[in-house]
Design a protein around this ligand. Sequence first.
Ligand code: ASP
Ligand code: MG
Length: 418
Amino acid sequence: MARIVMKFGGTSMAGIERIRSVAARVKREWQAGNQVAVVVSAMAGETDRLVGFCREASSLYDPREYDVVVSAGEQVTSGLLAIALQAIGVPARSWLGWQLPVHTSDAHASARIEGIDTQALDASLAQGEVAVIPGFQGVADSGRVTTLGRGGSDTSAVAVAAAMKADRCDIYTDVDGVYTTDPRIVPRARKLKRVTYEEMLELASVGAKVLQTRSVGLAMKEGVRVQVLSSFVDGPAADTLPGTMIVGEEEIEDVERQLITGIAHDKNEAKITLVEVPDRPGAVAAIFGPLAEANINVDVIVQNVAHATGSTDVTFTVPGAELTRALDVLQKAQVSIGYNKLVHDSRVSKISIVGVGMRSHAGVAATMFKTLGERGINILAIATSEIKVSVLIHEDETELAVRLLHTAYGLDAEEAAA
Ligand code: ASP
Ligand code: MG
């Protein structure tokens, strides 16, 4: 017997037909003698619809009431799945966030899970009942309903798995695993059998949108074994690990380790250059201080060598959606920063190569620069971490760059992905 958490995303829960097929999948795990808790998302598109209602009702809505409204999507699917399970002879019941309870902070609309009581859950599982838990929701000490922020049900699933000391947390989604890169760009992308938490964190934060980044951080902290797999292919049993396992580095054998594990791209970046910033101590702080205060995340940063005039140019990126706000902050701070001109460009794209193998190998970045340079792709900025190299390029060259790098690092499969 194993204890497992199965998590189903919005596309897997979209409509009664799909909920029935989810129930059939859950039944198989339960019939195999496992203790099963299921965490569900709202039906695809439902949370957006509910958010829309709040905005329509008032542009200044109370976040506590917003949480009451948007958490409803998961309340519906958890009840429906329990009904569908009962209909095929599986004892099941739903446990809403406030019923378990899932304790969270009181930061409404972006609450953090602080702990999950498992007493009632354990008793129910021990009786052979399947527990159906709505993702995304919890309850604050005040007794009011909270939600975790968009995409939060992945985090709910990992938190439930950690609390009940599950052997595995299977995340069923509309892709069958984590790939070396986006298969829509590179048909020869390969599905990874295993990826480390750290790599997954980097891949998730640079645009491989399989899992919510926060859920990966939590899995790493709690040592939860997470598997990403498809709820649409009727493949081999989940315990034969048909998807991608996200595991600690020690679980990955040296022989299967590639230099580069994956390549991610992100077109939602915008580049800002401040021309002729005074080249003196404190100048850079004068730029990034006000941006941090405005809660704008700055990523790739480059400071050029000083001009003869005693000034320098500083280039950095911000999320595309934050560009307008960032420009506003910087214009207001022009006098205190002392720059001459502000230039911006949202037609840029960030390409990142990620792999723990980089730690022990030299020349990984050089291969990247050479590969791009040979094909005339200009690098606008560079950033690195211990297991990642990111470059900023022109947006139109995104697909070409990803393909070239995928081949350069030997990641192409023999045959195109199905
Ligand atoms: N339903 C929520 C959302 O759409 C949470 C989730 O599905 O992860 O953001
Ligand atoms: Mg999701």
